[in-house]
Design a protein around this ligand. Structure first.
Ligand code: URP
Ligand code: ZN
Ligand code: ZN
Ligand code: ZN
Length: 488
């Protein structure tokens, strides 16, 4: 590692433009992007000829050190981030889970969990109950703690799920201070019914997880969330879009001009549900996440939606549990901790599936792995760009080199990998995070505590001009209309 780095002769890719040029980094910041930069011998020079130089990936959706379903994810901030860096991701946004409903207690707990970070991170906040204290604390989180997004759960009945009434309250509150409302869109009451049905039928294995919560329940909740967001005129971000059903609701809303963002995750784009029927419990259980990984066909449709712009950015929902933890549900799929890996694999799998295959260009790739996330969460162009003045979070990807995924050599602490055995073209050869070379020659050189908390300010571009629609609505109510009135 070095505080001065010159990346020579690579194809530098931003979301809307690429060209062969040099990039010079000093003290964690990109200082210059121009051809033929000359430097002294105190500078580390990386030859990127024939390679792509791109902004480090930003993963908008992770769960590190999360307590969930009676256990805690095996990857903490340090191990999850080390895995991320080895795969070309240099920032992630994790979900703070409130402690007994308290947002401030949750925030403190996550500050502690993240203090050994080796890369930059931001926070979303989950809202798991509703009262006046929560409503007040939301404002504190936005104004003082750098959080500009809140996730509401329409599923996980009995624990995280909230009603439509509270969803509307939350949406309005988000809008009042320019925070983005996010939803986990599955109909939790119907999932509960579906689970009962499976148990009654004697289907207790991992396949029961998928059978109990089919795509229609994701489609219904996505449609409902979109309509409720429209009703109160707030931007909406749908996390982990896993099905055609949900994607089509997003497509329809966007076509009508509504401010809706759809985030597919790598597992939903790449995998299908066949693994859930594996005869061996541990193999099948590793695919259990919510919403479920769908039947073959949904993945290809989500890829197409990504290429056509119906969906805007890609996350992972990285949420890892070991075989032992997954085995808590050996007799009952409802007790299998939900979640799959992906923070290390996202950049590679997307390059191979989308760019190498010709579905999207390198500039599109940068847009949906980094730039759009930075724009939505209002940290662009500090993040998400190779520009003078931006943070030096940079990857060098060799399109002619190949990768192979296996739990034997991955950097996550989990003992399995849902992408086990997958191979592809396009390998991240160098990762630079905060101006340090942290991944080179298949070696990690990470420094605990070097990662910074990135505060995300409210009122992203998604809020631009939103008051116009409100004004129109209000004036329509005040327009002279015929009323029944006893005095005239
Ligand atoms: O199965 C999942 N997705 N686990 C993480 C929690 C969530 O709903 O995102
Ligand atoms: Zn240019
Ligand atoms: Zn979720
Ligand atoms: Zn999640």
């Amino acid at each position: 590692s070095s505080s001065k780095i010159l990346i020579k002769g690579g194809t530098v890719v931003n979301a809307h433009h690429q060209e062969i040029t040099d990039v010079y980094v000093e003290n964690g910041i990109i200082v210059a992007v121009k051809p033929n930069i000359k430097v002294g011998d105190d500078v580390t020079v990386l030859d990127a000829t024939g390679k792509y130089v791109m902004p480090g990936g930003i993963d908008p959706h992770t769960h590190l050190a999360m307590e969930f379903m009676g256990t805690e994810t095996i990857d903490d901030f340090f191990s999850g981030q080390a895995a991320a860096l080895a795969g070309g991701t240099t920032m992630h946004i994790d979900f703070v889970i409130p402690v007994n409903g308290s947002l401030s207690a949750g925030f403190k707990a996550y500050e502690r969990k993240a203090n050994n970070s080796c890369m930059d991170y931001g926070f979303h906040m989950a809202i798991t109950k509703w009262d006046e204290v929560v409503a007040e604390e939301m404002e504190i989180m936005v104004k003082e703690k750098g959080i500009n997004s809140f996730k509401f759960f329409m599923a996980y009945k009995g624990s995280l799920m909230i009603s439509d009434e509270l969803l509307l309250e939350g949406f309005k509150r988000c809008k009042s201070f320019g925070a983005l409302a996010m939803v986990h869109a599955e109909n939790g009451d119907a999932v509960f019914e579906g689970q009962k049905r499976m148990i009654e039928l004697g289907i207790t294995g991992p396949e029961g997880h998928a059978l109990s919560r089919p795509p229609m329940l994701e489609g219904e909740a996505t449609s409902r969330a979109i309509r409720l967001a429209n009703f109160v005129n707030v931007p909406l971000y749908v996390v982990h879009v896993m099905s055609i059903d949900a994607m089509e609701e997003i497509a329809k809303a966007r076509k009508s001009g509504q401010r809706v963002i759809g985030e597919p995750v790598v597992s939903g784009l790449i995998l299908d549900d066949s693994g859930l029927w594996a005869p061996d419990f541990v193999t099948a259980a590793k695919y259990v996440m919510s919403p479920p990984i769908r039947a073959s066909g949904h993945n290809k449709a989500l890829q197409a939606a990504l290429s056509s712009g119906v969906l805007q950015l890609v996350g992972t929902d990285h949420c890892t549990f070991t075989s032992t933890q997954k085995s808590f549900g050996i007799d009952d799929f409802r007790k299998i901790p939900n979640g799959v890996n992906g923070i290390e694999e996202r950049m590679h799998l997307l390059w191979d599936t989308m760019v190498e295959s010709g579905k999207i260009s390198p500039t599109d790739y940068v847009q949906l792995t980094s730039t759009e996330c930075a724009r939505i969460f209002n940290i662009y162009p500090r993040k998400g760009a190779i520009l003078a003045g931006s943070d030096a979070d940079i990857i060098i990807l060799d399109p002619n080199s190949s990768f192979e995924i296996t739990a034997r050599s991955h950097h996550s602490r989990v003992d399995t990998n849902v992408y086990e055995g997958m191979k592809g073209k396009g390998k991240v050869e160098v990762t630079i995070a905060g101006g340090r070379i942290v991944w080179e020659n298949d070696q990690l050189k990470v420094v605990p505590g070097s990662g910074k908390y990135i505060e995300m300010p409210p009122f992203s571009y998604l809020f631009e001009g939103i008051e116009k629609a409100d004004a129109k609505y209000l004036s329509s109510l005040q327009a002279p209309v015929k009323r029944f009135n006893s005095t005239t």
